[in-house]
Design a protein around this ligand. Sequence first.
Ligand SMILES: *Cc1c(COP(=O)(O)O)cnc(C)c1O
Length: 230
Amino acid sequence: METIAERLESALHDVRIAIQESHRASNSVQLLAVSKTKPVSDIVQAYEAGQRLFGENYVQEGVEKIKKLQAFSDIEWHFIGPLQSNKTRPVAESFDWVQSLDRLKIAQRLNEQRTPHKKLNVCIQVNISDDPAKAGIMSGELMEFAGHIAMMPNLNLRGLMTIPAAGLSEHELRQNFDKMYGLFEGLQQKYPQCDTLSMGMSGDLVSAIRAGSSMVRLGTAIFGARQAKI
Ligand SMILES: *Cc1c(COP(=O)(O)O)cnc(C)c1O
């Protein structure tokens, strides 16, 4: 059995190799450790191995973990799951980032509920595979949606996040990632503060980094397989 520290080291190694192969700057990709369904003790192990960015998918679980780990004040907490409008408040109050923004109503509530002295960093989730069953806005609606977000005083628009459809071929996946990079470049031109393209998970991080990802979100690779959520 590998420890979490060993798996983290090995994931960081994979990220470094992919960065080198793409001739990108050594610090151009951040690693978000996705700790959903995993116990606080796992997060502490990753923290002690140097990890500082953690991602959670479920509001109640995430908020409880943030509370328990308050002493670890340099952890940056990213909300990456689907968000219902009646659950925005705890997210606005506890998390540093929301990467899964895809509805105006949710954005408005987060903006209202955020304490004004510290902006909430947000990424817009894009449904890059145009899959009607998937979350995220369609690519054609991105710029109009971004225009609304950029106007909200308590949100800081940082970039884009995507989860490609399941079961794509390597070629289709690469096409999706390239399309995302194109959208990200367009967004950056209009909103130069955007520095985050969150794409790539345990199974596709190499392709994502080659296509220009600046943040990979790794769960299984660091914490091992998850129990199915009941
Ligand atoms: C669970 C999850 C991940 C991590 O997936 P792994 O395949 O375990 O690396 C990344 N991003 C999102 C949005 C997730 O929900």
